[in-house]
Ligand binder design. Structure first.
Ligand SMILES: Nc1ncnc2c1ncn2[C@@H]1O[C@H](COP(=O)(O)OP(=O)(O)OP(=O)(O)O)[C@@H](O)[C@H]1O
Ligand SMILES: [Mg+2]
Length: 487
């Protein structure tokens, strides 16, 4: 039934400008998320280069984001400054990173009380407009922009581009209220925030940077991409792509290399801003722009032994509604109908991640012909409880008089400090030596290796080559192929 609205009296309930603008400030952006939202606009405008700069002056610091995208006409700029400038339900160009017609306003006001946009279309004169909360509050009391431009060479900068846009944030009160320019401590803290912003951009836009679609300069230095999947590392394991939702969504899993396969620098770099454990999970991209960086989307809990699992999910912008993309572009939720598929795929990746985590990166050949991998410890279960036993088929154990050492093995098995190990590993991941990694232990390892090698040669009638290939399947020698080679 169509409602006849003409029969109702009406009352004006337009938002009160200043209150509404103040509320935008509480959408909950971090500085880094706000910057990323402004960069989305630059990328949607076809920019090839983006320059992010700041000019430290305590509370009077300016922060600017410049792009060489298509720029805006005066009318387009005024419309861009208008909250709700676009219909969120409107179908957008496939490469458009926007959705709500809000980002420029909410992201800017989340950080500052005053911002200016100066923009230039090709072969046109630049135009600029400013939203100034103090002006709206004290004078206009209305949705009114002012045509002011902050001090600086902004006109000159924009004239140097054939087209482009600069967003200039002033009065960054959330970060810098009342701070004097000489305040060294505040300056250092501000620099730390800038470092976080840079890392966030390197992460969120890594596929644009890697694909040479965009160059981003932060304080004049080009930002390098941070790829969460160590795609080019030979020890990274790739899972086959899986198309979901009629091929609109692509899921692709990676198991990252074990720590022992990475240099200390690679290891630190790959851990990302939040650390190895926190960075496990799904990485959700919308048009190659990262929205979510390492979350299990409510499907699993993060656990230490899954920390090498990272899974890429690619979405088109046509599925924004179903994935509940938020204004800040930092939340996405898997639609109910896809949860089972995602869970099944992720479970395979996680299972492999546990293998790599436990066996220290060795691609374990559990059964190569008649030969089995021989670990030192075996996990067992009884009445739903787990315990660990020493593998009595381990060639080192079989080379000994089992009767004499049995009580010792039992003592070790029964008193293995599992809870202590678990607590230490979860509080301080990767803080353990790997077997025989300590300098002093390396001679012992060589002796041990020789003993087992001899016993393999004597007892099993192996040739030296056979004995060596056997050793590659025996823990902990499997981690030291170079020592086996030298035998
Ligand atoms: N750097 C820019 N270059 C060219 N046009 C821009 C630029 N920034 C913003 N615009 C224009 O202003 C409009 C409003 O931007 P805004 O970020 O507020 O919303 P949006 O990008 O459409 O959606 P969202 O709220 O999801 O970010 C954009 O749709 C675009 O047309
Ligand atoms: Mg936007």
């Amino acid at each position: 039934m169509i409602t006849d609205y003409s029969k109702y009296p009406t009352a004006d309930a337009a938002p009160i400008a200043v209150n509404m603008l103040e509320s935008f400030r509480a959408v909950g952006y971090s500085m880094e998320a706000a910057v990323a939202d402004i960069l989305d606009n630059s990328i949607s405008a076809g920019a090839k280069n983006i320059w992010i700069d700041f000019d430290w002056n305590g509370a009077a610091t300016t922060f600017s984001l410049k792009d060489d995208g298509c720029g805006m006409t005066n009318d387009e700029l005024i419309n861009a400054m208008r909250p709700g400038s676009r219909d969120p339900n409107e179908e957008r160009d496939v490469n458009d990173l926007g959705r709500f017609g809000l980002g420029l306003k909410t992201a800017s006001f989340s950080q500052c009380r005053k911002y200016t946009v100066i923009s230039k279309k090709q072969s046109k004169e630049p135009v600029f407009w400013t939203w100034d909360l103090d002006y709206v509050y004290h004078h206009a009391k209305e949705w009114k922009l002012i045509a002011s431009l902050p001090n600086g060479n902004w006109q000159e900068q924009i004239q140097n581009l054939s087209s482009g846009t600069i967003v200039i944030w002033q009065d960054l009160d959330h970060l810098l209220k009342g701070i004097a320019a000489e305040n060294q401590k505040a300056y250092n803290k501000f620099l730390q925030t800038m470092e976080r912003v840079k890392k966030h951009i390197a992460t969120v836009f890594h596929r644009y940077i890697e694909g040479n679609k965009i160059k981003i300069f932060f304080s004049g230095r080009e930002v390098e991409a941070w790829n969460p999947f160590l795609i080019h590392h030979t020890a990274t394991q790739n899972f086959p792509e899986e198309p979901l939702h009629n091929g609109k969504i692509i899921v692709r899993g990676f198991v990252l290399p074990h720590k022992s396969k990475l240099t200390p620098e690679e290891f630190r770099n790959a851990e990302g801003v939040r650390g190895w454990n926190a960075q496990q999970g799904f990485y959700v991209y919308r048009n190659e722009r990262m929205l979510v960086s390492g979350e299990w989307l409510g499907l699993f809990r993060k656990e230490e032994h899954f920390k090498l699992a990272r899974i890429m999910i690619d979405l088109p912008n046509s599925l924004d509604g179903e994935w509940q993309i938020d204004i800040k572009k930092s939340v996405a939720r898997a639609p109910f109908g896809l949860k089972d598929n995602l869970k099944a795929y992720a479970s395979q990746v996680k299972a492999q991640a546990v293998e790599v985590y436990r066996h220290r990166g060795k691609v374990v050949q559990r059964n190569s012909g008649t030969q089995y991998f021989q670990p030192v410890w075996i996990e067992k279960q009884k009445d739903g409880k787990r315990y660990y036993e020493i593998n009595q088929e381990h060639p080192f154990i079989t080379s000994m008089d089992i009767k004499t050492i049995k009580p010792l093995l039992r003592l070790l098995e029964e008193t293995l400090p599992v809870p202590l190990i678990v607590i230490n590993e979860s509080e301080n991941p990767d803080s353990f030596f790997r077997p025989f990694e300590k300098m002093a232990a390396s001679n012992e390892l060589k002796e041990l290796l020789k003993t087992v090698y001899k016993s393999l040669l004597n007892n099993n009638n192996n040739t030296p080559e056979q004995a060596k290939s056997r050793l590659l399947l025996i823990e902990p020698f499997n981690e030291y192929p170079e020592l086996i080679e030298c035998l």
